[in-house]
Ligand binder design. Structure first.
Ligand SMILES: Nc1nc2c(ncn2[C@@H]2O[C@H](COP(=O)(O)OP(=O)(O)OP(=O)(O)O)[C@@H](O)[C@H]2O)c(=O)[nH]1
Ligand SMILES: [Mg+2]
Length: 292
């Protein structure tokens, strides 16, 4: 995985500590450069300025430690485990091309290999894009799980409905539902997701039903806007940050946690099915700052 760039920038910047106002501004720029976002970066640097003056910590190690603690206090994590006693339904959301379908195959692999689910069913809820159903079918076959599908153009909520019904009949532990990535209008998104929500809640009132939003780590601040739009449509239970391996930035989790209060559940770290890591904020912040 690529080293995160913020660590190197900090080392260069903090060679002799943070002595001047200019160096605080440079630090703020470095945080923005790492995708932490202008507002959140400003707040972090304001806090740092205040604490470092109060504690007279201007040396490199002191500053890095303050920054580490500050970032860790802003980042939210969720330990995303399946309920062992109920059917679990996980709806996977996100805009075009962020990594939803791949993430579903990775999640199926993860939950099976950690012993949380031995019978898993995928729902081909992306009925919009031609070839999406076929793509999910290929993943299902490779991972060795069942899939419930209809043709392109079918009603997405109806596919999720079928999958939930069939999972209940067969006693599956988990349904992982794919969704279309298009994000035409906010109104349409809200309507479509609300419909799926209503169906899952009414067909499986006793299930554990959660929604994960996939964000592409290479899209920068756009990820924050996407999270805001989806969170306005349905409650989100966690973020999966995909393509974390493909960027030296990766700071987008910080404003998503801090501004929107949405915790992160997983990091996607490559294209293989095993390239998914449960998110841990201490490890994430250390990696962001390139600390060992
Ligand atoms: N390097 C890397 N590539 C990834 C990761 N996750 C997904 N990808 C790649 O991103 C591309 C898009 O992934 P998909 O899973 O098809 O994305 P999607 O959101 O389902 O796309 P649509 O269905 O078109 O909206 C594929 O080439 C994946 O291999 C990741 O964590 N790291
Ligand atoms: Mg897809």
């Amino acid at each position: 995985m690529k080293k995160k760039g913020l660590g190197a920038r900090l080392r260069a910047l903090l060679g002799g500590g943070l002595e001047s106002e200019e160096s605080f501004e440079d630090l703020e720029d470095s945080l923005v450069e790492a995708d932490i976002g202008a507002r959140t970066a400003m707040e972090i640097v304001d806090r740092l300025r205040e604490v470092s003056r109060r504690e007279r910590a201007s040396g490199r190690d002191g500053i890095v430690e303050l920054l580490r603690a500050e970032l860790e206090s802003l980042v939210l994590e969720v330990d995303f485990r399946l309920d062992p006693d109920r059917l679990n339904v996980v709806l996977v959301l996100g805009v075009n091309g962020v990594g939803k379908t791949t993430t579903i195959a990775k999640l199926a692999t993860h939950f099976r290999e950690t012993g949380q689910a031995d019978s898993i069913c995928l729902a081909a809820g992306d009925t919009f894009r031609a070839a999406a159903v076929e793509q999910l079918s290929i993943h299902a076959e490779r991972v060795g799980v069942r899939i419930v599908k209809q043709g392109t153009g079918a009603d997405s909520a109806a596919v999720v409905y079928d999958a939930v019904e069939s999972a209940r009949t067969r006693g599956d532990r988990l349904v992982l539902a794919d969704t279309a990535g298009r994000m035409h209008t906010r109104k349409h998104l809200v309507e479509e997701l609300s419909k799926i929500d209503r169906i899952v809640s009414s067909r499986a009132p006793d299930a554990s039903y959660r929604r994960l939003l996939v964000i592409d780590a290479t899209t920068g601040q756009n990820g924050l806007q996407q999270a805001e739009v989806f969170a306005g449509a349905v409650p989100l239970d966690g973020i999966v940050l995909a393509k974390y391996d493909s960027t030296a930035k990766g700071g987008i989790i910080v404003p998503i946690s801090h501004r929107l209060g949405i915790p992160t559940a997983f990091l996607g770290t490559g294209e293989k099915y095993s390239d998914l890591r449960p998110f841990r904020r201490d490890a994430y912040v250390r990696e962001l700052l390139d600390l060992s």
